[in-house]
Every structure is written in structure tokens, then in C-alpha cells.
Design a protein around this ligand. Structure first.
Ligand SMILES: [Fe+2]
Length: 170
């Protein structure tokens, strides 16, 4: 079945909204559990705030284009994140697995917003393009931060892991 580019754009915006629901659940879960990695925790908390704002901006664009966000997709996204977080929590290297997952997820977000920006440009929707460029910059900043700090997180983890009486996992 064909879709107009306009319809596709709207669908991608609602997919992005669901992705942000997933991100918020994932990031909140990580931040709440971290105890021994304050710098990572603080950056994640900052991105939780950004993520909430992103979801709000997406909702505005979806409404402006005459759509409504998909509560089902949002719920599925959030559920997927909870399941994944529960799996990570069972691992003794939770912080390493969680950081890797965040790093991967930021890149999924980057690809998602690039697609939306391309589609918005094509249909001449300057407002959606501007909003998604703003969001994209935040995702890239988070991805860059993680790229720059992953090694240190791993080294901190390894140091704690081999120290008697220290918790390393989170
Ligand atoms: Fe995001």
C-alpha cells in the first residue's frame, strides 16, 4: 500500500515518540540504579530531562500535522525498555552492558531523526525539520559524551570488580 510522504512523515514522528518513551524508561531505570558511577548517572539524568522535552516537541509536531501519538506504540516501547533493563539488572556487569545499550540506542535515535529530517525537507515542512534538528543535536551530544566516557566507565568497573568488598555492577 502506498503512503504519501506526508503520511510517512507523520508515522515516523509517532515511531520517534514511541522510541523516546522507550529511551525515557531505559534511562530512568539506569539512573535510578547507578550508585557508584556518579558522572555517568548525572549525564543520564540530564538526558532524561532532554528526552521528556523531545517527546513533548514531537507530540506538538504530530498534532500540528493532524495526527495523534500512538499510545500502543508508546506502551510497547516502554515495555521493551523495562524488559531489557530487567535483563541487564541480572548481570554482574550491568553498568557496562547498560552503557553499551545507551550508546547503541543513541545511534538508533540519530538515524531516526536523520530520516525524519530528510522526509520533512522533502515535503517542505520547515517546522518539523527545525524541531528534529534540535533534537538530533541533543542525541549527537549524548552519543559523543558516551563515546568519550565509555572507556573510563569500563576501567572504573574493572577496578571495582577486582577489589574485595566493592560493588562494581552499578
Ligand atoms: Fe532522544
Amino acid at each position: 500500500m502506498t503512503k504519501t510522504n506526508q503520511e510517512r512523515l507523520l508515522e515516523w514522528l509517532s515511531d520517534a515518540h514511541a522510541m523516546e518513551s522507550e529511551a525515557e524508561t531505559m534511562l530512568k531505570g539506569q539512573a535510578a540504579r547507578l550508585e557508584h558511577y556518579p558522572q555517568l548517572q548525572q549525564r543520564i539524568q540530564q538526558h532524561v530531562e532532554e528526552t521528556r522535552e523531545q517527546a513533548r516537541l514531537l507530540e506538538q509536531r504530530i498534532e500540528a500535522l493532524g495526527g495523534s501519538r500512538s499510545t500502543i506504540k508508546d506502551a510497547l516501547g516502554s515495555m521493551a525498555a523495562s524488559l531489557h533493563a530487567a535483563g541487564n539488572a541480572m548481570m554482574s556487569d550491568e553498568v557496562v552492558k547498560g552503557s553499551g545499550m545507551s550508546y547503541a540506542f543513541e545511534h538508533l535515535e540519530i538515524a531516526t531523526y536523520r530520516a525524519i529530517i530528510a522526509a520533512a525537507r522533502k515535503v517542505g515542512d520547515a517546522e518539523t525539520e527545525a524541531v528534529c534538528r534540535r533534537i538530533l543535536a541533543q542525541e549527537e551530544a549524548m552519543a559523543d559524551w558516551l563515546a568519550g566516557h565509555l572507556d573510563q566507565v569500563v576501567l572504573d568497573y574493572l577496578a571495582r570488580d577486582e577489589t574485595e568488598g566493592q560493588t562494581a555492577k552499578r
